[in-house]
Design a protein around this ligand. Structure first.
Ligand code: ZN
Length: 300
């Protein structure tokens, strides 16, 4: 039960009025947007969700603000990814003085070791934290969140269990759709070049290979030498499509396409949802969007 609910219930009982505790929501803080979406789906009307790293944010290199410490201090429950994604969190939790229970959403998931060097410019470390990219893992996230919410708010058990059950059915369908879409792509075409190192779990689960040429993530606008090495890597990879998100200058993307003869794919979302108006406002939208991009880039 939320801590304010006890107090409110006591007052309301004294006044002889029906319990008002149903109106007091469990205050849940999630570290980033994808976790926030899972919590909303499981918590429904019983929870108020605060997300620290918002839409399109980079959780690896986030700099918390004093208002984040306040959010943690006020929280009834905190939901984190773990696996080294939120390197800034321990200090923030200490500074906030929060006593809220912490749900580690990746509990029970076997972590992948990243092929990347110890720590790259985007803050990616050696353990790959992007476990949500495999839908089977997302189901574990949801189960951990459900169990944590039930523990924090036992009165809501039936609601949390029913919400989670319905959402898990949708994730099962999503998982089947990813598998059937990818199985329709010829196996020699299941290769993507991207600057992201965020799709290791997707690759492991679904069998699309993501190659990351060296130098792509190092600079937003690579030097001539950097471009030459990117182009060589792409040619050698024989990838039918390339997704180069950090290259913002469209002329560079065109240059890559012209010199390699490789198609330019659209945007793949990895670490954050978009806002409501964007292409990936929920986790399920994110996976379906990425699937459409991969499928249209690789199928013809
Ligand atoms: Zn990442």
């Amino acid at each position: 039960m939320p801590r304010y609910a006890l107090f409110l219930t006591a007052i309301v009982t004294l006044l002889g009025i029906q319990s008002a505790s149903a109106d007091v929501k469990l205050d849940v803080v999630a570290t980033f947007s994808i976790l926030g979406d899972f919590v909303k789906n499981v918590g429904g009307d019983r929870v108020f969700v605060n997300t620290l790293v918002g839409p399109n944010g980079n959780t690896h290199v986030y700099t918390p603000s004093p208002s984040d410490a306040k959010k943690l201090a006020d929280a009834n429950v905190i939901v984190v990814n773990g696996l080294g994604l939120e390197g800034w969190l321990d200090r923030l939790i200490k500074a906030s003085g929060t006593k809220a229970p912490i749900i580690v959403a990746t509990d029970g998931i076997k972590p992948r070791e990243s092929a990347a060097k110890a720590s790259d410019d985007e803050g990616h470390g050696r353990t790959d934290p992007h476990a949500w990219q495999a839908v089977a893992n997302a189901k574990t996230y949801v189960e951990n969140i459900r169990n944590g919410l039930v523990a924090a708010d036992p009165e809501g058990r039936a609601t949390y269990e029913e919400n989670a059950r319905k959402y898990l059915v949708r994730l099962d369908q999503l998982d089947r759709d990813v598998r059937s879409t990818i199985s329709a792509i010829p196996s020699d075409k299941r290769l993507i070049v991207t600057n992201h190192r965020a799709f290791g779990y997707f690759e492991q689960e679904y069998g699309i290979k993501f190659a990351s040429p060296q130098g792509v993530s190092a600079e937003a606008e690579p030097s001539a030498k950097g471009m030459a090495s990117i182009i060589t890597s792409i040619r050698q990879s024989n990838a039918p499509a390339v997704f180069l998100e950090n290259i913002t200058d469209p002329r560079l993307v065109e240059q890559v396409a012209t010199e390699t003869g490789v198609k330019i794919g659209g945007t793949l979302y990895s670490d954050a949802l978009t806002d409501e108006k964007g292409e990936a406002p929920t986790y399920i939208d994110l996976v379906r969007h990425n699937l459409r991009q991969l499928s249209s880039a690789l199928s013809n």
